[in-house]
Design a protein around this ligand. Structure first.
Ligand code: GCB
Length: 596
């Protein structure tokens, strides 16, 4: 689904701001038809934001079920004859959109956009009542999965097998936009280069019948290539490549025309670059690339997962300051603004679905009842269909981003049993059918090389490893021995590149210890140094992404002290000593693997 833009033929209105808000404590609003009239409420809410931390009432924070958003929207006078859409960038985890009480769209999957064609409900110049119901419920069929339990006091509680807090609501923007009846519905670009000549293969899809012309412009706006027809390949002489840390973006303008009339125009940014896996190297533009950076979270005080451009700019400035060239969208797709920004700033992205928590071995850690991970009552055929939908939506949304170099199918699933292969193999196949980028998955420590059955499906193997934290806690010498032993096993068994996508130690900012005790800033730095000395010994390791960029909110638990404290930065983005340790190493690397 194309991100809406204002162009010569399209208008776009941002609907962010203060909306009416009502918590559906009895989950009765659907049956009672709340969307048919004005919500009976005194609560206001900011869009975008997660609703959980905005209010002082803990019953709102921990509510399980529907919440309702509403506002009036004036449809512009000039939109007569246009097709009119409402687009919701994310409703976590499912959303239903109503216009004047009529249901116009529903969607399951909390981190992906969806839209409704509301043309028949919206007259140009008139006001519409827009209502969006959002449910934060996770079940055995959703991605990520969860389970709602009723506690002894009769109160419902949402349980789930992932660490980060289940923030929910309208955490990204809502838009109203218009397109002409015949319009561009999709654009796909694939790039390559040979010597100094780039190539941009494109495919344009339309909603009706028109001729297609495309124009490729450079950053100064000069036309460098043109093409006719809905698909083709443009040649770009003296191409400027999109490179990690040195982005260059062309713009492909697609025009639908009928005779000499341009009926629609839409453009996408294009970075010319290639990504290939050869042996145990990860090549960007045919050069070996070494990932430095973090697993991140969309997580901030008050806003929760609410997108905010000021935080976006600041997070990327910190990434650059610390010398990071990449991040993983752990553990769900991030806002499209983040992906656009990564394109513009040359930051490399491992793009992950929301398939986190398919692992019942975490039940003990998270204090829940343990079930089989895969089975009729847990991850079943419907869950798998939702996973495939998640992969399809992710690739459809993000396929044109040059920053994205790899698709991650799942984080830390239970992969040592044959059911895991049955469950995940179709997702790997679908990703490959839809796109040529390498496909990976994130392996958990409890599924080592001699146990994991999913590893053979991956082009790159990503490992989350906590030697010196969850294993050999506070014993870095033995942690190092065991880590090296484990990596020897992996790299002897599989001839692919490996990225360490998580390694980290919880650290209380301001905590110090002359004996480098765990939770001190000294221990975190020493832990990182130990890990780095291990990575540098293994040529097949092509990247290191620390867990986590910043401290973040989690569900409460005896493993967590007001959240996860493995950040190199605090939750309010101040550096711990570890950030300086990383900076000293990464700013020297220049995208290359350090020599042992
Ligand atoms: C992991 C998970 C991540 C957790 C992290 C931790 O392996 O992938 O979501 O937050 O460990 O800190 O325990």
């Amino acid at each position: 689904m194309l991100k809406p833009h204002a162009t010569a033929t399209r208008d776009l209105i941002n609907l962010d701001g203060i909306w009416d808000f009502k918590v559906d404590f009895a989950n009765e609003g659907m049956a009672a038809g709340w969307a048919k009239g004005q919500l009976d409420t005194k609560l206001d809410i900011a869009v975008p934001s997660s609703f959980n931390d905005l209010f002082t009432d803990v019953a709102i924070r921990e509510h399980v079920g529907w919440v309702w958003y509403q506002r009036k929207v004036r449809v512009p006078r000039g939109w007569n004859g246009e097709q009119i859409f409402v687009r919701v960038d994310a409703a976590t985890h499912s959303g239903v959109v109503f216009v004047n009480g009529n249901k116009v769209a529903e969607h399951v999957g909390g981190y992906m956009p969806f839209q409704a064609d509301i043309t028949s409900h919206a007259t140009a110049g008139s006001e519409i009542l827009l209502t969006i119901a959002v449910s934060n419920v996770l079940t055995n069929e959703t991605v990520p999965p969860g389970r709602v339990v009723t506690r002894d006091n009769g109160v419902q509680q949402q349980t789930y097998l992932h660490d980060f807090y289940n923030y929910a609501g309208l955490a990204r923007s809502v838009w109203l936009y218009s397109v002409p009846a015949v319009h561009v519905t999709d654009v796909t670009v694939v790039t390559d280069f040979d010597g100094t000549t780039g190539s941009v293969s494109y495919q344009v899809e339309l909603s009706g019948s028109a001729d297609v012309a495309v124009v490729l412009k450079d950053e100064s706006g000069a036309v460098v290539a043109t093409g006719n027809g809905a698909s083709g390949t443009l040649s770009v002489p003296n191409v400027k490549l999109w490179q990690p840390g040195n982005a260059y973006l062309y713009q492909l303008v697609a025009q639908a025309h009928q005779g000499s009339d341009v009926v629609d125009e839409y453009s996408v940014n294009v970075g010319v670059r290639t990504v290939r896996v050869v042996g145990n190297q990860f090549l960007i533009n045919n050069e070996p690339f070494y990932f430095t950076g973090f697993g991140m979270h969309e997580d901030h005080v008050v806003k929760g997962k609410g997108h905010d451009n000021a935080f976006l700019v600041n997070d990327f400035e910190l990434l650059k300051w610390v010398g990071a060239n990449s991040f993983r969208t752990s553990h769900y797709p991030y806002a499209e603004e983040v992906m656009d920004y990564a394109d513009r700033h040359g930051i490399v992205v491992i793009d992950e679905t929301a398939a986190v928590g398919f692992n019942q071995n975490f039940a003990s850690m998270f204090g829940g009842e343990k079930f089989p991970t895969y089975g009729p009552e847990t991850a079943n055929e419907k869950t798998q269909a939702n996973l495939l939908q998640a992969v399809r939506e992710l690739i459809t949304r993000d396929k044109n981003h040059p920053s994205v170099v790899m698709w991650s199918i799942t984080n830390e699933a239970e992969t040592g049993i044959p059911e895991a292969v049955d469950f995940f193999k179709p997702a790997f196949e679908l990703a490959r059918q839809l796109d040529s980028r390498p496909v990976t998955y994130i392996n958990v420590m409890t599924e080592p090389f001699n146990k994991c059955l999913v590893a053979p499906l991956a082009d790159v193997i990503c490992l989350n490893r906590y030697w010196g934290w969850y294993e050999d806690h506070s014993d870095l010498a033995n942690a190092q021995l065991h880590f090296e032993g484990e990596l020897t096993g992996w790299t002897e068994k599989y001839s692919v590149p490996f990225v360490i996508t998580e390694y980290g130690a919880d650290t209380l900012a301001g905590g110090h210890s002359i004996h480098n005790l765990p939770w001190s800033e000294e221990y975190q730095s020493q832990y990182l140094d130990m890990n780095h000395s291990v990575f540098d010994k293994f040529p097949a390791i092509v990247g290191e992404q620390v867990w986590n960029f910043a401290d973040f909110q989690t569900k409460p638990g005896i493993f967590r002290v007001l959240g996860n404290k493995k950040g190199a930065f605090t939750r309010d983005r101040q550096p711990k000593a570890a950030a300086h340790t990383l900076r000293a190493r990464w700013t020297k690397l220049n995208n290359r693997k350090p020599q042992a």
